[in-house]
Design a protein around this ligand. Structure first.
Ligand code: PLP
Length: 418
């Protein structure tokens, strides 16, 4: 309150006098801005299903309810209610994960970046880790594989070239100092043309022959094949330890899921969970609740209840019907539209270059001004500009958001009139 008045006085000092009513309005606006939520819901009409800037996966209803149920009360987070002794929070989900993914050990940490850092630190510190030059990726923000490697204390040994790496390159690089072979899924780009990369199976053969560990940073954690995205099951068949995100294709909250296959992998996961860094990278109870609910939906085959799965699977005819309905409603309110064919994107660094056919509602008018007006609306609507038009993709708009979206688009379009 005092701050708002001070700011007002400062503004008035620097300009000509204002009327009392104008002053009141301005102070009110300042107060409103001060208490407005910083993190708020937006409607994602961009057509990018896993949009990192928009919080990646929206949670299922069951996950939201699970969060609400533990958020405002005490929970058995680290209590074994049967024995009354101290329990392990990480142990709460490991059984679910090993059943769902049919593997021998599991651990959950804060996110996939944390999972990789923990794996490299706990398992490879002071040792060499062999990785293909074609996989030294930056995932966005500041997650660069060579930097994470340095931070962990493991020494990175690069093999192959940007476009070609063979199994033999790994073989040649093995020394007595080698701790592991690492495969990083090149999630956000594709190298095409004259390319070759060692398959995970080939890398596994080299690892086995030298009794080395094979780590796989899978990225998005696909449970079923989408285009050529490697699945968790593919990875578990060959690697010892696999890590991926909870909020990409799994469709749950931000989390880093670590799975161990083989005896070597299971021992590695146990070692990771006992490492002091695991405490710093642990997940909180709200995440745990949301992840448990999401994993149970997967385990019971209720994939349609997970928003990300629904968006991936919705047939193009259904998207088209929804787009046509929006178009009619917007036209009725004087907003000129047309339907155009386009593609939705999986996003989140999953399946680059693979679009899902969709129908877009293009709003007539100055595209970037329209998109900006929608973004500044309440709730903000995130559109996408394509072929010079401001477009809405129904695929990523959640059930029940249609009317709010139509209202917001109408308000934005009107704000540009006159
Ligand atoms: C997304 C991604 C990461 C980072 O995962 P976060 O859960 O965001 O920390 C790391 N590696 C790969 C290959 C990825 O696709």
């Amino acid at each position: 309150m005092v701050e708002a008045l001070r700011e007002q006085i400062a503004t008035e000092r620097g300009s000509s006098a204002v009327s009392d009513s104008k002053r009141l309005t301005q102070v009110e606006a300042r107060l409103r801005a001060a208490v407005a939520p910083r993190l708020r819901r937006v409607i994602n009409a961009s057509g990018v299903i896993l949009h990192t800037n928009l919080g990646r996966a929206p949670l299922s209803r069951a996950a939201v309810e699970a969060v609400a149920a533990v958020a405002g009360s005490y929970s058995n987070l680290e209590l074994d209610v049967d024995s009354g002794r101290r329990g392990e929070r990480a142990a709460l989900l490991s059984g679910l994960l090993t059943s769902l993914f049919e593997c021998s050990a599991a651990l959950v940490v804060n996110n996939n970046a944390a999972a990789i850092l923990l794996a490299l630190t706990a398992l490879c510190k002071g040792r060499e880790v062999i990785v293909s030059r074609g996989q030294l990726v930056e995932i966005g923000g500041s997650f660069r594989m060579p930097d994470v490697m340095r931070l962990s204390g493991a020494r990175m040994v690069e093999v192959g070239t940007t476009n070609r790496t063979r199994a033999d390159d790994f073989e040649q690089a093995v020394t007595t100092r080698t701790g592991a072979l690492l495969r990083v899924h090149t999630s956000n780009f594709r190298v095409s043309g004259f390319t070759e990369s060692a398959t995970l199976a080939e890398m596994a053969r080299v690892a086995r022959a030298h009794e080395l560990m094979l780590l796989d940073d899978l990225g998005s954690g696909a449970t079923e094949p989408i285009a050529d995205e490697p699945t968790v099951a593919d990875s578990l068949r060959h690697s010892d330890v696999v890590t991926f995100s909870g909020d990409k294709l799994v469709g749950g909250p931000q989390a880093g899921i670590v799975l161990g296959a083989t005896e070597l992998g299971a021992a590695a996961v146990r070692k990771m969970s006992r490492h002091p860094l695991a405490r710093a990278l642990r997940i909180d109870k709200l995440t745990l609740a949301a992840l448990e609910a999401t994993l149970k939906q997967r385990l019971t085959g209720r994939l349609e209840d997970i928003p990300v799965e629904r968006m991936l699977r919705v047939p193009v005819e259904e998207v088209r019907r929804r787009a046509a309905l929006w178009s009619v409603k917007l036209e009725e309110r004087g907003v000129r539209t047309r339907l155009v064919s386009g593609e939705s994107a999986v996003g989140g660094g999953s399946v680059p270059g693979h679009g899902l056919p969709t129908t877009l509602v293009a709003i007539e008018g100055p595209a970037s001004r329209l998109a900006a007006a929608m973004r500044r609306g309440d709730p903000p609507v995130i559109a996408r500009i394509e072929a010079g038009a401001c477009c809405l993709d129904p695929r990523t708009v959640l059930k029940g958001e249609d009317e709010t979206l139509i209202d917001a688009v109408e308000v934005a379009a009107r704000s540009l009139e006159g």
